[in-house]
Write a protein that binds this ligand. Structure first.
Ligand code: NAI
Ligand code: MG
Length: 321
């Protein structure tokens, strides 16, 4: 029996994930959804944001559907998102960006770089180490190459003109690409951010280390219509977690106006990952039909509420049955 952990988290996670879970239930009513509470609200209620028992539950399921977790206001608990990535070995973050003239996939290394947690604060200085390992670079590049094999070409984004760690990243990534028979070009990350905006058609699969991927995907979100539109998959060798690229959006949380598209498209990625390609296509096309029919949330210039948009997508799915 397929079991999916469903983590709403905080803020708009609590608004968009229920929509995604409903769509999932419409497509696969036989799948069991296991709710797991994590994050700030949970911490306020219980004093813990995430514990080993939660991880056990997540590890017992076939995939995780995740909303967003709000960071601790004053560092009361360590980042839940980073802890999950570490505990579940989710070393790859796959972020497809589709929009006018853009159809690219950002492959972000998810475990190293400045997010590896090697940092210290002293009275008069602070230091965060940018850790890039051969093993980490090899496994993410192999995954990017596998993705590229079914697509067009690979671009490696980096800052090798300044950072030694990036010269290493670029060298190892190029070696792996050659070994995998994939033609790869490369670009400096700052120039790449601008060029992705100006000439998105030049890019297909873009491989980047952790923080550059974080930034580049928000930049590229411009083509899709904003953060409310971007889905992602966090993959490891054993576990997989699917979540919108956006966070808990405290500025609009509780208003019922968040765009659930990113969460719905993340659910389509989850279905695809579990071999449900037909259900995944149906969900993507239901979202596409509702958007092109003019129903949009305010971030896209419309007036639909989260629920109205979600109802329309679910109605579209039910039509197709
Ligand atoms: P954010 O992604 O939550 O919001 C950035 C901007 O985009 C806001 O103006 C927001 O209203 C808008 N936005 C985001 N998603 C939207 C949607 N679905 N529909 C309409 N508008 C949307 O990023 P921010 O504000 O920097 O972070 C807020 C909190 O979320 C922080 O505590 C941050 O640490 C956390 N966060 C958590 C993530 C996760 O759980 N994976 C990822 C990113 C941030
Ligand atoms: Mg981000």
């Amino acid at each position: 029996m397929t079991r999916i952990a469903v983590v709403e988290g905080d803020g708009i996670g609590r608004e968009v994930v229920p929509i995604a879970a409903r769509a999932l239930c419409t497509l696969r009513p036989d799948w069991v959804q296991v709710p797991v509470e994590l994050g700030l609200e949970r911490w306020r209620r219980t004093g813990t944001a995430l514990d080993e028992k939660d991880l056990e539950v997540l590890r017992s399921t076939d995939a995780v559907l995740f909303g967003a977790v709000q960071s601790a206001p004053n560092g009361e608990y360590p980042s839940v998102v980073l802890a999950l990535r570490r505990a579940l070995g989710l070393y790859a973050n796959i972020r497809p960006v589709r929009g006018k003239g853009a159809d690219l996939v950002i492959v972000r290394e998810n475990s190293e770089g400045l997010y590896a947690g090697r940092e210290r604060i002293e009275p008069d200085r602070a230091c965060t180490e940018r850790v890039i390992t051969r093993a980490g670079t090899e496994r993410i590049t192999r995954l990017a190459c596998r993705l590229t094999a079914g697509r067009r070409h690979l671009t490696i984004g980096h800052k090798a003109n300044v950072l030694a760690a990036d010269r290493f990243f670029l060298r190892v990534a190029r070696e792996v690409a050659i070994d995998e028979g994939i033609v790869a070009d490369d670009a400096l990350i700052d120039a790449l951010c601008l060029d992705v905006l100006r000439r998105p058609g030049r890019y297909d699969v873009v491989l980047v280390e952790n923080m550059f991927g974080d930034i580049l995907s928000d930049v590229a979100a411009f083509h899709a219509g904003g953060l409310g539109m971007l889905p992602s998959a966090n993959l490891g060798d054993r576990y997989a977690l699917f979540e919108p690229v956006h966070g808990s959006a405290p500025d609009i949380a509780g208003q019922g106006i968040a765009n659930p598209t990113a969460a719905l498209l993340s659910t389509a990625m989850l279905l695809d990952h579990l071999g449900e390609t037909d259900a995944a296509r149906r969900l993507q096309s239901a979202v596409g039909t509702v958007l092109s029919g003019g129903k949009r949330t305010p971030d896209l210039g419309g007036t639909a509420t989260t629920r109205q948009f979600g109802d329309a997508v679910v109605a579209e799915l039910e039509k197709g049955e």
